[in-house]
Ligand binder design. Structure first.
Ligand code: RB5
Length: 150
């Protein structure tokens, strides 16, 4: 699976850890930056880049890290077709995949511990996409995306 990752300066260290983790797990990784924890950058640039990579099909899934995960999720969700979710633990990561079919995982490097972040990443990657009522709701979100582009 090809996974795009992006972060701002606040998320750089955690992104680096997650890149290494995904490579260890045998995934193909597309690191979209940033490449420093000392140069201040703007999270919308990187959240949008991750979202566009996923929606275009360049990547299968995306991971976006900032200080809280909130800014990244707001920015990524502006790209039609993105379902970005901020998660804080294994349960929210699992449910983001099962209930919301989240295709971009957002985490806050200033809020989550590294062990929990890696566990949440693993849970998100290995959880099945829910069907039935969950799929019906995902289809309604897709309609909202279409309406937003009119
Ligand atoms: C950067 O200081 C910080 O605002 C950003 O990483 C993020 O937390 C925004 O949502």
């Amino acid at each position: 699976m090809r996974i795009a990752l992006g972060s701002d300066h606040a998320g750089f260290d955690l992104k680096s850890l997650l890149v290494a983790t995904l490579l260890e797990r045998g995934h193909d990784v597309l690191d979209l930056g940033t490449d420093s924890d000392t140069v201040s950058v703007d999270y919308p640039d990187f959240g949008a880049a991750v979202g566009r990579s996923v929606v275009s099909g360049e990547s299968d899934l995306g991971v976006a890290i900032c200080g809280t995960g909130i800014g990244m999720s707001i920015a990524a969700n502006k790209v039609p077709g993105v379902r970005a979710a901020v998660v804080h633990d294994v349960s929210s990561a699992r449910l983001a995949r099962e209930h919301n079919h989240a295709n971009v995982l957002c985490m806050g490097a200033r809020l989550i511990g590294t062990v929990t972040a890696v566990d949440a990443l693993d849970a998100w990657l290995t959880s099945p996409l829910g069907e039935g009522r969950h799929l019906r709701r995902i289809e309604k979100i897709a309609v909202l995306d279409e309406q937003a582009q009119l």
